[in-house]
Design a binder for this molecule. Structure first.
Ligand SMILES: Cc1ncc(COP(=O)(O)O)c(C=O)c1O
Length: 407
């Protein structure tokens, strides 16, 4: 007979350190919806939710793979044609890499998780930008490693503060994370900044983890791989079909480990860890082949749509009293700042906006900025006409919010 007790079964302590504001905030939005208010979800960067469509030739390739019986486990590093297609793609961007140094992953996310697990012990440090995409801090929380946060500066187009990065390097540093083009700021980094970032990693002999998932979505056209500036530096590049190929739900991505033999042990470590999760989604690996070897004309259309939305967003947000926004150069995010009254946090503002108007953004502290600094992130994938309505609502709400608090 089983024993009975009323105690709740305990959860591991690491769960407490695991925060993912982009999705956590949805629970609040559901409550608002339950009260009858329509919610406009500007929290998740998923183009499909806003009517953008996966290119048909990619869907056909996945469908064909399933019909042809490619439904078994794939090799844990991925199928050869997908690894070859990724290697060719990297070479085309200036990162020459052998297909054997490519691993097909369940999105950029899994690639990053594999790499950080292969690199960092509990107590180690990884250099992470602020604001950051929260996956990095979430994975480090699971490992028990520490983020060493480096500043990126809104007054300089959200560029990384290189001196700050150099000052943070110490014996426990295991990697430098660079997100370029950036989420949540939409910034792209010029070659001199990129080169300086690579030099930090190269000179201190730890990997630069290059999150390049938005590389094709810079409004002026694709940006080269970071590794193109120094293919012999210790760089691991990450990307996926989620953004520029409009298939986030497929969980299909890759990582490419730079050609330097300094990274051979890390590559072997990542492969070992990849064995443990068997493989990424098999049929979708055929989608990667189709995406990287087939027609990508949808990207020009998508970039033009993003540029239009970005310009409109920057213009309208800057017209709101007490708000300022740096113009993004890529992706579908803006990170405006609202001057908050004393004692009010970014989360207070974002939750009040949600409850009053149904507009759901993510507070900047979810990306690591200080709560009193008043940053929040807007996803601007909605059609322009809807965005205009939303920004009108935000302007009205913000004026009332300040008036109520005597600003
Ligand atoms: C900077 C950045 N890295 C990684 C990811 C995760 O992408 P994936 O769907 O490829 O796992 C995202 C998703 O929004 C992102 O913005």
């Amino acid at each position: 007979m089983g024993s009975r007790t009323t105690h709740a079964i305990p959860v591991a302590g690491r769960v407490g350190g695991f925060v993912y504001a982009i999705r956590n905030i949805v629970a609040e939005a559901r409550k608002v919806e339950a009260s009858g208010q329509k919610v406009r979800y500007l929290n998740i960067g998923d183009p499909i939710t806003f009517g953008f469509r996966t290119p048909p030739h990619m869907i056909e390739a996945v469908e064909r793979a399933m019909r042809d019986g490619r439904n078994g486990y794939a090799p844990s590093v991925g199928i050869v044609p997908a690894r070859e297609a990724v290697a060719a793609e990297c070479a085309g961007r200036g990162m020459p890499v052998d297909p054997d140094r490519v691993i097909i992953t369940a999105g950029t996310s899994e690639g990053i998780e594999l790499a950080l697990n292969a690199l960092a012990e509990a107590g180690d440090e990884v250099l992470i930008p602020v604001p950051t995409y929260p996956l990095y801090t979430a994975v480090l929380a699971k490992i028990g490693a520490r983020p060493a946060f480096y500043r990126t500066d809104p007054d300089r187009g959200w560029l990384p503060d290189l001196d700050h990065i150099r000052s943070l390097v110490g014996p426990a540093t295991r990697a430098l994370v660079v997100i370029d083009p950036n989420n949540p700021t939409g910034a792209t980094y010029p070659a001199d900044v990129r080169r300086a970032l690579i030099d930090v990693a190269d000179q201190h002999n730890f990997p630069l983890l290059a999150d390049e998932v938005y590389a094709d979505l810079a409004f002026d056209g694709p940006v080269p791989a970071l590794a193109s500036l120094n293919p012999d530096a210790p760089i691991i590049s990450f990307s996926s079909l989620s953004k520029a190929y409009l298939a986030p739900g497929w969980r299909a991505g890759w990582l490419a480990v730079g050609r330097t033999d300094r990274l051979d042990d890390v590559l072997a470590g990542i492969k070992k860890l990849a064995d443990g999760r068997l493989c990424s989604t098999g049929p979708m690996e055929y989608g990667i082949v189709a995406a990287l070897t087939g027609d990508r004309s949808h990207q020009a259309t998508f970039r033009a749509a993003l540029r239009e939305r970005a310009e409109l967003t920057t213009r309208r947000l800057n017209a709101i009293d007490g708000m300022s926004a740096v113009a993004p150069a890529a992706a579908f995010y803006s990170m405006p700042r609202v001057t908050l009254p004393p004692g009010v946090t970014d989360e207070d503002y974002v939750l009040a906006l949600l409850r009053k108007t149904g507009v759901l953004c993510v507070y900047g502290s979810g990306f690591g900025t200080a709560p009193q600094d008043g940053f929040f992130r807007v996803v601007f994938l909605a059609p322009p006409s809807e965005l205009l309505e939303i920004y009108d609502v935000m302007a009205e709400f913000t004026a009332d919010y300040f008036a109520l608090r005597g600003k």
